[in-house]
Write a protein that binds this ligand. Structure first.
Ligand code: AN7
Length: 351
């Protein structure tokens, strides 16, 4: 049967009725990829899987939440939506908002979002406002505006966002015909880890699985407020998607980690970039840098001796590598330039 997007696929688990207009780009149903090469390089005793959310219509996991948030906004009569974003939320809001005929306002930190994400918000004709400040400052402005004016906030503090995003956990369990032992993912504003944990618990409660994974969230070391236990005023990291110093989902993310006997930890930019390169060169998977924090987390925890062998470990890759081609090019070997001549080409090939 044709995949119809997460609302139709998981309708019984979501707050929608026959009256809800379903605004969808057929998001979800993303590749679940078994990774033998990567497992071999990290720890051959574990089974490693990727949930590649970069394969969503706008190239990130945000689409799962946005189909819900925008559908409910339309149902409730909204004419406009607003979000603060490190890039992916704005790309998704702009696309779904365009499809729904809504006005979309997005606030982004100037110069700190990948150009692909900016291009998306612009081509969908969102009203894009760059602020001289960071994501946390943008979010606080957005919250204040949404509380005073007739505009619906579509950041993950909108509960429909998390509802939609929990469907990724359902898919993982459907793929595995069970639950994984560990689920690793990057943490920024801390919505996604909250949503996955909701999803896993719901499937368990409904008898769809017989247990629950340990939730393992990873912040970037320069933007790790949850790990340090205090707000980071000037968050830093090369992984701009998770450059967040005061996550809205802080409390629920800590709950997810604690209840599941998991952890919120951090990885350095160097570790993130190493995992980013390994995913591309060993598995043919091109994700954005922030996404690779999940795999960097597996590498770190493996070194600390977390795994005893036989575990099923899932990593969410939250966004597509094409969002930020500059990053990939800067980290890679330059192409060789030669004359348009077979002999010259053969010299380079080494034949
Ligand atoms: C690729 O777009 O916060 O912990 O404004 O784009 O649920 O915030 C993006 C976050 C991980 C972190 N990976 O997820 C935004 C935004 C990618 C992301 C995260 C984001 P949360």
């Amino acid at each position: 049967m044709r995949w119809r997007g997460v609302i139709e696929q998981y309708r019984e688990y979501l707050s929608v009725t026959d009256k809800t207009p379903v605004i969808t780009l057929n998001e979800g149903g993303t590749p679940f990829i078994s990774c033998n090469n990567l497992a071999k390089a990290i720890n051959p005793e574990i089974s490693l899987y990727l949930k590649f959310e970069g394969a969503n219509p706008t190239g990130s996991f945000k689409d799962r939440g946005m189909t819900m948030a925008i559908s409910k906004a339309v149902e409730e009569g909204a004419r406009a939506v607003i979000c603060a974003s490190t890039g992916n939320t704005s790309a998704s809001a702009a696309a779904y908002g365009a499809r729904a005929g809504l006005k979309v306002f997005v606030l982004i930190p100037e110069g700190k979002i990948a150009v692909g994400k900016l291009a998306q918000a612009m081509i969908h004709q969102a009203c894009v406002i760059q602020i001289e400040g960071n994501f946390d400052e943008a979010l606080s402005i957005v919250k204040s505006i949404a509380s005073e004016y007739p505009v619906t906030i579509v950041n993950s503090i909108n509960p429909y966002r998390l509802e939609g995003q929990k469907t990724a956990a359902f898919e993982v369990c459907d793929h595995l015909a069970g639950y994984p032992d560990y689920h690793f993912l990057p943490v920024g504003n801390a919505g996604n880890i909250t949503a996955y944990w909701m999803g896993y618990k719901e499937y368990y409660k409904n008898g769809r699985t017989s247990g629950l994974p340990r939730m393992m969230g990873f912040q970037a070391a320069g933007s790790a407020p949850i790990v340090y236990g205090h707000v980071i005023e000037n968050p830093r990291t090369i992984a701009t998607a998770i450059r967040i110093g005061n996550p809205a989902g802080w409390k629920t993310a800590v709950e997810a980690a604690t209840e599941s006997n998991g952890q919120i930890d951090m990885v350095t930019d160097e570790e993130i970039l190493k995992a980013y390169g390994m995913l591309a060169s060993l598995e043919g998977v091109f994700c954005e840098a922030a996404s690779a924090a999940s795999v960097a987390g597996v590498i770190k925890k493996n070194k600390e001796g977390l795994f005893s062998g036989g575990e099923r470990v899932v990593c969410t890759l939250t966004g597509h590598g094409l969002k930020d081609t500059e990053m990939a090019i800067n980290l890679s070997k330059r192409p060789v330039t030669v004359k348009g001549d077979k002999v010259e080409v053969l010299k380079v090939l080494g034949y």
